[in-house]
Design a protein around this ligand. Structure first.
Ligand SMILES: NC(=O)c1ccc[n+]([C@@H]2O[C@H](COP(=O)([O-])OP(=O)(O)OC[C@H]3O[C@@H](n4cnc5c(N)ncnc54)[C@H](O)[C@@H]3O)[C@@H](O)[C@H]2O)c1
Length: 302
């Protein structure tokens, strides 16, 4: 019960990873706001309350408490509504898990402007707006003299950290979420809020085709490394009071593996103390690159 009585909102919690997180938070004693717009894998189709309502029923069947929120978290109204739902139903908000999203994969040369915009909107704006409204609420609580011990867990992706062929829009949005996480951790720390990000890998409707092609299904009784439930223990711990000292970090989570991502450190540096002549730069850069670790391969490249 590492989240006993914490009020937790999970976006996109009607299916896949978000559903697994919501159920694990409930098992760990949290009161859960299950947000989901109920759209198709590519974000199209009629919004539907079905998936969020189903997860609320599953949590209630476990003996937990949950409420559905059917808002579009990439709108100001939907994001503000999410925070309001938590406060109306359970009196406060302690943890926000930004997870909702969808894909529109294409090679860059074929990628339409609408496909770029839709993916940017749901992932980047869909992280920024709930983060902003939750942050405003926690700032007000802190200024009113009430103790805040709040958590945000954002959802990036290996595609955002290393790149992924055919996912230029998604990789750019997921890399943007890492930048947003760093800034939010620095800005909200003073109000008692930590902000971290995960890069998960699991078999959901988003990835089942890829994993079916590249990975054998687990044999009967074998550990199912790609089950979404494997990612949730890290998310639930990051959403708990116990992770107070951890902020501004990015973790990869898959199967039984938890990895701290160590990207964008300053590497080998040359400083002439004056402006370089363009003819000098080539040798200097080649020397620096020889001293730096080689980049990890882009997913799907080669
Ligand atoms: N599955 C993986 O291996 C993997 C890898 C890296 C990152 N991710 C990320 O994890 C998150 C969850 O993905 P998943 O694999 O569980 O996908 P999923 O399609 O199973 O679930 C996503 C849910 O988000 C909901 N949603 C979409 N737009 C919404 C909106 N505007 N407002 C509210 N809800 C909305 C959908 O209805 C859906 O139920 C996504 O951000 C995804 O990019 C997943």
């Amino acid at each position: 019960m590492i989240c006993k009585d914490r009020v937790v909102a999970v976006t996109g919690a009607g299916r896949g990873l978000g559903r697994a997180h919501a159920l694990e938070f409930a098992r760990q004693g949290a009161l859960v706001v299950v947000n989901d717009l109920g759209v198709a894998r590519d974000g199209t189709g009629e919004a539907s309350g079905g998936p969020a309502d189903d997860v609320v029923r599953e949590i209630e069947a476990l003996g937990g408490k949950a409420v559905a929120d059917l808002g579009d978290i990439a709108t100001d109204e939907g994001a503000a509504g999410l925070v309001a739902t938590a406060i109306d139903a359970f009196g406060r908000l302690d943890t926000l898990v930004n997870n909702a999203g969808f894909l529109r994969d294409r090679m860059l040369v074929n990628l339409g402007e609408d496909e770029w915009d839709a993916v940017m909107r749901v992932h980047l704006k869909g992280h920024f707006l709930p983060l902003k409204h939750a942050g405003r609420y926690w700032r007000a609580e802190s200024k009113a003299g009430r103790a805040v011990d709040a958590r945000v867990v954002n959802t990036s992706s290996g595609a955002g950290l290393l790149g992924s062929v055919g996912q230029g829009n998604y990789s750019a949005a997921k890399a943007g979420i890492v930048g947003l996480t760093l800034v939010a951790a620095a800005e909200l720390g003073r109000y008692g809020v930590t902000v971290n990000a995960i890069a998960p890998a699991a078999r959901t409707r988003m990835t089942e085709e890829v994993f079916a092609q590249t990975m054998a299904a687990p044999a009967e009784g074998e550990f199912d490394a790609m089950a979404p439930e494997n990612v949730s223990p890290l998310v639930v711990w990051l959403g708990s009071a116990g992770s107070r000292e951890v902020t501004g970090r990015v973790f990869e989570a898959e199967g039984g593996k938890i990895c701290v991502m160590d990207a964008f450190r300053h590497g080998p540096t040359a400083d002439k103390g004056a402006r370089w002549d363009p003819s000098e730069v080539g040798d200097v850069v080649k020397d620096l690159l020889a001293k730096a670790p080689a980049p990890e391969p882009v997913y799907g490249a080669g």
